[in-house]
Design a protein around this ligand. Sequence first.
Ligand code: IVH
Length: 666
Amino acid sequence: MHQIKQQIEALRQQLHEHNYNYYVLSQPMVSDQEFDRLMAELTALEAEYPEYADPNSPSVRVGSDINKSFMQVAHRYPMLSLQNTYSENEVSDFYNRVKKSLNEDFEIVCELKYDGTSISLIYEEGRLTRAVTRGDGQKGDDVTDNVRTIRNVPLILRGAQIPSYLEMRGEILMPWSSFDELNSERAAQEEPLFANPRNAASGTLKLQDSRVVAARRLQSFVYYMLGESLPRESHYENMTLARDWGLNVSSAMTRCQTLEEVFDYLHYWDRERKNLPVTTDGVVIKVDSLVQQRNLGYTSKFPRWAIAYKFNPEQAVTTLRSVSWQVGRTGAVTPVANLEPVLLSGTIVKRASLYNEDAIKALDLHLGDRVYVEKGGEIIPKITGVDKEARFLLGDRVTFTPVCPDCGTPLVRNEDEAVHYCPNSVGCPTQIKGRIEHFVTRKAMDITIGPESITLLYDKGLIRDAADLYSLRFEDLAVLERWGETSAVNLLKSIAQSKSVPYERVLHALGIRYVGETVARRLAHAFPDVGQLMEATVEELIAVEEIGDRIAQSVTGYFSDPASRNYIERLRAAGLQFNLNEKALAGRSEKLKGLTIVISGTFALHSRDEYKAMILQHGGKNSGSVSKKTDYILAGENMGPAKLEKAEKLGVKVIDEHSFLEMIGS
Ligand code: IVH
C-alpha cells in the first residue's frame, strides 16, 4: 500500500516538474507522448486508489463534472480597482503628484492591463488552496476547481523565499484563438456568441463542469502580490520571484526611471498590443517600492500609487433606425440594431448585435437614439451607450418582441438563460427552412439547392421538412417559375446522390442541437447503427470520448420525441445511410490511437474532409490548431507559415500525405 502511495507521489512530482519546464522555462524535457503516458499512469492509479486523492495533483487539469454551485468567500484583502484614465495629461498629473508627495527618487513599473476577469490565487505553504473571483471586491466566488484546470496556473510553487501565506492577484483570459474557435462552434450550433474574450473567460470560469473549462484553454497572468511577509520591498522584484516560482508574470513588465520612458511604453504597446494573443485594454503604471506605496496610501476607492491608462477604443456615433429580430434554426431569437451607416475602423457599420433582452434594457434604448458604436477588438460591432442629451423627440422604447417575428408564437425565456426561443419548432417556417438549409449544406447532405429555392419549394407546399426532398418529382419542379427542365433534373440528381452520403454526415444533417460535424462522427463510430444511438442512455453517451452531459441530454431528448423517430423512419425509407457501411467498419483500426493530428494545406490524393474521416476511423483525434498536444501535422501544399513556425518551435513532426497513408496502412 505504502509503495503505491510513493509511486503516486513520484508521478505527481515528475509531472509538476514537466509542467514547470514546459510553461515557465519553455524547455520541455520530455515528449508530449511521454507526458501523456505519465499522466495516464497517474490517473489510472488515482482512480484505483481514491484514498490518495490530492486536489493539487497534476491530473486535476483534465477537470471533473461534479456539479455544485459556487461558495462565496470573503477576501482577506479587498480586491480594489484602479483609477482609470484615457488621457496622457492625467498620466503626467499622476506622475507629478507622486513626485511631490514622495519628495524623493522613485521608480515606476509599467505593465499591460490585461482585459480578462480578475482572480485571487491563494497559496498556502506553496500549494494552491483557493481561487476566488473579484465578486463585489469584499467577497467573491470560489472557483478553485475550474482554475485548477488552467495550465499556466501552478498548483504547487517551487523555489526559495515563498511566503507561507500568499495571495497572487491576476487575470484569467481567453486567448483570441480559443475565443474564435469557441464562437465558431457556437455559431454552428446557433448558440448565442460571446461578445468578447473577457465575457467568454468569465462565463467559462463560472461553468459547473470543469471538464468543459479545461477544454476552453484559458490562461492566467499575475500582476500583484499580497501577504504578511513578502520577500522583497520592490513590486518588480517580487513579481520576478513569482515568475521563478512558476507563476505567469508578463514579460512586458518594465521598470521605468522617467516619465518619458513611461510614455514610450504607452506608445509602443498601443501599437504592439494588436499582435498579442490575448486582449489588453491599457497600461497599468505603478510605483515600484512597497515602502513608497504604503506612504502614498489609498483614497476611499483606489491606491494612490497606481493608475490605469486605457487605450482608446475606436468609436463612432450614429442613429438607431430600427431593431429586427432574427430566428435561427433552433428557434433562438436575436435582436439586431439597424443603424444609419457609419465608418468605424475602416469598415462601414450598418448593423450591430444587441445580444438579448437584458442588454437592451441596460441601454434603455429608444428608436431614433444617437448611439455609440464600438469595435474594440470585437468581431461584431456593439452599441456601448446612448447619448441621452441628444434626445429631443423620444422615439418608442425598444422592447423585446413578445412573439416570434415569423410565426407569431409567444416566445419563451428559460429562467437562467438570457435567450428567447420560439417554441414552435415544428410549425415555425423560419426554423423549418433553417433546418432544411442545414440539412443540404456541403458538410451534411451536400445537396445543391440555395435558400431561395428552399423557400420557393416550401411556399408551394412541396416540402414541409427535409425528408420531403426525397419525394419530389420532376413534374413538380419543371413547372416552377424560372426553373425549367435542367434545374429540375440537376436538383433531383443531387438529391439522389445524397443517398450515398455516409451515416456520420447524415447524423450531422439531422441538426440535433450540439451535434456538429465532429460530434456526429464520434457518435457514428461509437454507435454504428442509428437504432443503437436511438436507444443509448445518457450514461452510455457520456462514456464516449468528447461527449459531455450537455450533448448527451440533447441527443436523448431528440430521440425521445416521436416526431424525430418518425422523421428518421421516413429518411431511412428514402434510402439514406443510417449505419456505418461495411467499408468504414472493416477499415476501422486503432493505428492512430492517442495521436492528435492537425491537417494543414491542400492535398493531391484525398480531400481534407476525407483525411479528417481517416484520422477518426483509425482512432486518432483531429484538431484545428497546433499546440503542445499535437503529435503530427499532416501537411499538404501551401501550409501556412505561422503553423510551420509553431510546429518547428514545438518540435511537432510534419508528415506528407504519403507518409500518413503509410501510417494507416493504406
Ligand atoms: S493592479 C490594487 N495590474 O484591472 C491594484 N490590475 O482597474 C490591483 N488589471 O482590478 C490591480 N491588468 O482586474 C493591476 N497589470 C495589472 C492589471 C490589472 C489588468 C485589472 C484588474 C484590476 C483592474 C484595475
